[in-house]
Design a protein around this ligand. Structure first.
Ligand SMILES: NC(=O)c1ccc[n+]([C@@H]2O[C@H](COP(=O)([O-])OP(=O)(O)OC[C@H]3O[C@@H](n4cnc5c(N)ncnc54)[C@H](OP(=O)(O)O)[C@@H]3O)[C@@H](O)[C@H]2O)c1
Length: 277
């Protein structure tokens, strides 16, 4: 990491699931003896409790008020729900100065909307993470009009997932829906897997264990193989076999339509949220 990135101070406004995952992932991924990344983090929350808890667990600074984040930090990460962003900007928008860089995690809120509220900010970025950041896996979509800020952020966040720089922020929705909401969608599939085993008579615990390990197996295959997802699937399908029979029935029941409907509904919700600011 460059000397600048080692000393940059980063403040998270909001201490929910996403902040916890990112802070945890960054701390785990940067364990240099001479450099403790957590020393440069600040976290705040509305009711103090969640920020205090993250501060204690990851040894980061607790900011009692958002003013402290704006006074101390170079990068300010907007990590509250999109619905809470207007109130925050009404209260603190004018306290930002041109030396602050702003990174918004808020789903659906466009760069143009943020620019209108924070016209003084030169370095503005949108980051689309997922809770897999906690384990250094998953995808982080990144969009910024500043090339140098994009480079800094790609470098800074590489330990918490695969950073995917996109040229148009419309692509962030695709990343959010498949990689962030996608975790929720895949877990829905996993629940169906597990409940089917329960219907067969397995206990709940055993059903969940079998379903989880089945997915872990897929994840390991994906990590270790260079083959594409179509080749990998072909390897488990034998002619006139059991897997093929199952897949044919799923395909004729329009599994793709159910998933595509889900993606489209999520996209519509993201567009609704974009009108909040
Ligand atoms: N969760 C995901 O998988 C995911 C994926 C991609 C993007 N995102 C985006 O990440 C952002 C955070 O999501 P989340 O799931 O972490 O939400 P969350 O768990 O609801 O946490 C939101 C946090 O914001 C705090 N907050 C609200 N208004 C504030 C203010 N004015 N000042 C300081 N803190 C304030 C809340 O404080 P209290 O704790 O006191 O209520 C809470 O700690 C959202 O914009 C979301 O769109 C989330």
């Amino acid at each position: 990491m460059s000397p600048y990135l080692k000393r940059v101070k980063v403040g998270f406004v909001g201490s929910g699931n996403m902040t916890k995952s990112i802070v945890s992932g960054l701390v785990r991924g940067n364990q240099d003896e001479d450099f403790k990344i957590s020393k440069n983090f600040y976290v705040s929350s509305l009711t103090e409790e969640r920020a205090r808890s993250i501060s204690k667990k990851y040894d980061v600074h607790f900011a009692k008020h958002n003013d402290e984040i704006l006074e101390e930090c170079d990068w300010v990460v907007l990590s509250m729900k999109p619905q809470d962003l207007p109130d925050f900007l009404n209260s603190y928008g004018k306290s930002f100065d041109e030396n602050h860089s702003v990174i918004s995690l808020c789903a659906g809120i466009s760069t143009d909307s943020l620019k209108k509220e924070l016209p003084q900010i030169k370095n503005l970025a949108r980051l689309m993470p997922s809770t897999a950041a906690e384990f250094g896996s998953g995808v982080l979509g990144l969009y910024s009009e500043s090339k140098s800020f994009t480079q800094d952020l790609s470098q800074y966040f590489k330990s918490v997932g695969s950073v995917q720089v996109v040229q148009s922020e419309d692509f962030l929705d695709g990343i959010m829906i498949t990689a962030a909401s996608g975790i929720g969608f895949l877990l829905e599939v996993l629940q169906i897997w597990s409940e089917w085993l329960e219907d067969l008579g397995f206990s709940k615990a055993q059903s969940e264990e079998i379903a989880k390990q089945g997915f872990n197996g897929v994840s390991d295959i994906l990590k270790s193989s260079k083959k594409d997802i179509y080749q990998l699937q072909a390897e488990v399908i034998s002619k006139k076999g059991v897997t093929l029979a199952g897949l044919e029935a799923m395909r004729s029941s329009d599994l793709d339509m159910a998933l595509n409907k889900g993606f489209e509904a999520a996209l519509r919700r993201s567009h609704e949220l974009s009108k909040l600011v």
